[in-house]
Ligand binder design. Structure first.
Ligand code: C2O
Ligand code: CU
Ligand code: CU
Length: 567
């Protein structure tokens, strides 16, 4: 099922030999690990570091263990509310360069969100690269002054939140370097959930995020059935560092497949230690540019999923051993402090009733590794075919230290109903979104053929066209339920994301087999596999322009984005 369009036309001699050599190297080495055939590319515009350190002059990457690990997981810092009025959250976010020393002896200049009064030299900015947590409630009016101290234009996009289109940091609303603006919106009832914010400037989102600009948002409900559970936040981001501590630029493979660095950070640190004294509610964010996180706590260790992007599920999904989190996605989990082995489910504990047999639990190791398991998102190679699957990547160590190790009979059951989710209802119109891609090898290798440091010749499209800020891709009427079908006609996974609202997955179709989504959930991001069609129900409530795109940010910047006009 090779549907990639490779327009190998009028190859130059250099490109032809490059293509040929690489095809050979791939047969021999089965993948991109042998980059010897790629050396000619280091001369290409916009492809620094192409040969991953093997080309003279290109920056070598730091070793995968060059960052220390094992420090206790840091809590996220919180954005301070400057308002004294009830129901108003007012704060300042400053985007600016800030230096952190993650690799001993080699400071890195990140781009980072800080608070009013933060200065790059102050301790506050030294603490964490992750932007401060915006912790707000349904009904709050949020007013955030954004100060852009970056050398580029930027915006803040409130990923997943139903904010007015002119407050949503669209690429058409840039804030110039040195300028500022206020974003203002009110969080409606029912919007409780786990969101995030990140820049969304035209063709520069990938770079601004990989340099460090992204932060978490939690919107709390007035009534939250899980309010009593200790909450833990794991904000996953990706980092690709050169051996001198600088943030490596994107190479051609990063543009083609989405950038994955050698490090995954959790709350800004590599492989931290999580010590669990009680059962916990985890909120997890995949803020990586392109890395898929197939989360697992290891063999036999289960957890429950209780929420998606847009808040709690109706019923917990118990007994999971893994959960795939595509770039941009979030989830809420319940992780048990004792073993996490399969237990009788859904039985509310009454009084002092003893838990059944705990012997299986005591035999369990008190440690686990939270890891991203092997996942094959069908990354492209430089010739026909795919790269091998991503290998497993440890994210954090977890140490279970329940406070009452010998009498754990009080495990609190997850409430049977977390909240009511009603189906959006019968759609009144249909929309079709088709992902496609085209690789023009000749254009890729033509000297001088790059724009904004992006390689030419790689085209990622929606409905047959790359993003054009002057063109409206689709039009919707506000208040109308629509059925969107999102079809992936490429050979690689792409996470679809829609701004301004949440949606419900109806069904997924693969090779003619239709699988209805087994549970109701609110999402704003959904992975679409090669050859798959995902059908969703969604509704926009405010008139204006909304974006929808692949959340592999390199693909988004390369044009896999469309504009929805809501009338
Ligand atoms: Cu998280 Cu349009 O983005
Ligand atoms: Cu978004
Ligand atoms: Cu994509």
């Amino acid at each position: 099922m090779i549907r990639r369009e490779f327009l190998v036309r009028a190859l130059s001699v250099a490109a032809a030999s490059l293509f040929g050599r690489h095809a050979l190297a791939q047969d021999a080495a089965h993948g991109m690990h042998d980059m010897s055939g790629m050396q000619g590319m280091s001369d290409m515009p916009g492809m620094p570091g192409m040969a991953q350190g093997r080309t003279p002059g290109a920056a070598a990457l730091a070793a995968p263990d060059a960052l220390p690990s094992g420090a206790p997981l840091a809590a996220l810092r919180t954005l301070v509310n400057e308002s004294r009025e009830a129901g108003v959250f007012r704060a300042t976010l400053v985007a600016q360069p800030a230096q952190h020393t993650l690799m001993p002896g080699h400071p890195t200049t990140f781009w980072q969100y800080g608070q009013a009064g933060d200065h790059p030299d102050t301790a506050a900015m030294q603490g964490q690269v992750v932007g401060p947590l915006i912790d707000v409630r349904e009904g709050d009016t949020v007013e955030i002054r954004f100060v852009n101290r970056l050398p580029q234009a930027s915006t803040i996009h409130w990923h997943g939140l139903p904010v007015p289109p002119d407050q949503d940091g669209n690429p058409s609303d840039p804030v110039a370097p040195g300028a500022s603006r206020i974003y203002r919106f009110t969080l409606p009832p029912g919007s409780a959930g786990t969101y995030w914010y990140h820049p969304h400037p035209h063709m520069m989102s990938a770079e601004q995020v990989f340099r460090g600009l992204a932060g978490p948002i939690v919107v709390r409900a007035a009534v939250d059935p899980l309010a009593g559970w200790p909450e833990r936040h794991l904000f996953f981001s990706d980092l690709k560092l050169a051996s001198d501590g600088t943030i490596a630029p994107n190479d051609m493979m990063d543009w083609m497949n989405g950038r994955e660095g050698q490090f995954v950070l959790v709350n800004g640190a590599r492989r931290p230690l999580i010590v669990m004294a009680a059962d916990e509610r985890w909120r997890v964010w995949n803020a990586c540019n392109a890395r898929y996180l197939r989360l697992s706590l290891g063999k036999g260790r289960t957890f429950a999923q209780v929420g998606t992007d847009g808040g709690l599920l109706q019923q917990a999904r118990e007994g999971l051993t893994e959960l795939l989190l595509a770039p941009g996605e979030r989830a809420e989990l319940i992780v048990r402090s004792v073993g996490g082995t399969r237990e009788p489910e859904g039985q509310p504990q009454s009084g002092e009733s003893a838990q059944p047999d705990r012997s299986a639990t005591s035999a369990q190791s008190a440690r686990a590794i939270l890891s991203a398991e092997v996942y094959d998102r069908r990354k492209m190679a430089m010739s026909h075919g795919s790269l091998p699957p991503d290998s497993a990547h440890p994210l954090a160590d977890v140490q279970f230290e329940p406070r009452t190790p010998n009498a754990p009979g009080r495990a609190v059951a997850i409430p049977t109903t977390l909240r009511e989710i009603s189906p959006l209802g019968a759609p009144v119109s249909q929309k079709s979104v088709v992902f496609s891609e085209r690789m023009d090898m000749a254009a890729m290798h033509r000297p001088g053929a790059s724009r904004n440091g992006m390689p030419a010749g790689m085209t990622f499209m929606i409905n047959g066209a790359s993003f054009d800020p002057r063109r409206i891709t689709l039009t919707s009427r506000r208040g109308e339920v629509e059925r969107w079908s999102i079809e992936n006609r490429t050979d690689m996974d792409h996470p679809f994301h829609l701004h301004g609202t949440q949606f419900q997955i109806l069904e997924r179709e693969q090779e003619g087999v239709v699988t209805p989504e087994p549970y109701l959930a609110w999402r704003d991001t959904v992975n679409v596999q090669p050859g798959e069609t995902v059908r969703i129900a969604t509704m926009q409530n405010q008139a204006g322009e909304r974006m929808f795109h692949c959340h592999i940010l390199e693909h988004e910047d390369l044009g896999m984005m469309g504009m929805l006009k809501v009338i």
